[in-house]
Design a protein around this ligand. Structure first.
Ligand code: SF4
Length: 359
């Protein structure tokens, strides 16, 4: 089926798409390449030929987590021999590795450890910031921030303020999954709900922290629930303007309690990227996260509305533990080649989307 002309006209005129129009575009009956073409036009208006990448490294301080979400292959129970907690030395070594590799960012997320106090998490940020002040620390999902409020008895605002004082630079967008309560009951019944996730980000934005947003798709959710998720993000962004990028995350079922599900088709990943670009008209950037999509599909997503390939990465565990077949790292040369091959201009950015000039 072709795209309805009223939707095409709305996009070309810069008019916001309704939830109903978004659902139509996500329907498998609609030609995904036409949806991609429209999203590409929307991307071009926002970002021109630029595709961003950055030099970053991941740090997951512990995989021990009390929430044990059903889609998560990474987490372990306390006492499981496969569980780990990194020592202070190992954490600092990761900061050193990042600095020596010329990275501008350390991406830090992990489990909600049932026994680690708030001060342990705060100390990670403080020590890394004190030792490597030029490294931007993008840390903790809204779910982790919510966990910190529970273990410290402090408010979201107080927790975030303490982290900012310790050296937190921005927040990633994880933990959002799908906002719909029915879906959360099935896949992650124990952790922060949608209202709490949004409240953490609203508070972060008010404190001047920029954050990202994600959606984990391709499991038990419906098309309507995906669009509802995007609309809720768009509404918060209307109020605060604090989101930088949206990252659609493909669900990988291997090694999870949902391993009976099949991974989705690559063409539907491209459609999801395109619909994200079209629905989130107030987000500057849509990421093609190559770790989650795979390198080839992520390159293709640059023609379906994405303008950011994320970074060099290295040491990512969360998606790889769930069976993502992407490599551990990509070199700057490879990232730039992927972008140029897609007909775009690579630009290195820092964590706040400022150009990095290395000459
Ligand atoms: S997704 Fe996050 S909160 Fe859920 S079990 Fe895994 S590490 Fe814990």
């Amino acid at each position: 089926m072709m795209i309805r002309s009223d939707i095409r006209d709305n996009v070309m005129a810069g008019r916001r798409l309704s939830a109903e129009e978004g659902e139509f575009l996500l329907s498998p009956l609609v030609d995904p390449h036409e949806v991609g073409e429209l999203a590409d036009a929307a991307r071009e208006k926002k970002n021109g030929p630029t595709v961003y990448y950055n030099l970053n490294l991941h740090l997951n301080p512990t995989n021990v987590c009390l929430y044990r979400c059903k889609f998560c292959a990474y987490s372990r129970d306390l006492g499981d021999p496969r569980g780990y907690v990194m020592s202070d030395e190992e954490i600092l070594a990761r900061g050193r590795e990042a600095t020596e590799a010329g990275c501008t960012e350390l991406h830090i997320v992990g489990g909600a450890h049932p026994e680690k106090p708030f001060e342990w998490y705060l100390g990670i940020i403080r020590r890394l910031h004190d030792s490597f002040p030029s490294l931007h620390l993008k840390a903790w999902t809204a779910v982790e921030i919510d966990h910190f409020t529970r273990i410290s008895g402090r408010s979201i605002k107080d927790v975030l303020q303490e982290f900012i004082e310790a050296g937190l630079g921005s927040m990633p967008g994880g933990g959002a999954e799908i906002f719909d309560p029915e879906v959360r009951r099935k896949i992650c019944p124990r952790k922060a709900d949608a209202d709490r996730w949004l409240e953490v980000h609203r508070t972060a934005h008010r404190l001047g922290l920029r954050t990202n947003a994600t959606m984990l798709y391709g499991h038990v959710e419906t098309v309507r629930q995906r669009i509802d998720h995007l609309v809720r993000l768009r509404e918060l962004q209307d109020g605060t303007g604090g989101f930088q990028a949206f990252v659609p995350l493909k669900f990988h079922p291997a090694n999870t309690l949902m391993s009976h599900l099949r991974p989705g088709a690559a063409i539907e990943d491209l459609r999801m990227t395109a619909v994200s670009r079209l629905m989130l008209d107030n987000f500057d950037h849509i990421k093609a996260y190559w770790i989650s999509l795979g390198v080839g599909p992520a390159q293709a997503a640059l023609a379906y509305g994405a303008d950011d390939l994320d970074g060099t990465v290295r040491h990512e565990r969360i998606h790889h533990d769930a069976g993502a077949a992407s490599p551990d790292t990509l070199s700057v040369d490879r990232l730039c080649r992927l972008i140029v091959e897609a007909g775009r201009e690579p630009v290195e950015r820092d964590s706040l989307y400022r150009r990095v000039d290395r000459k």
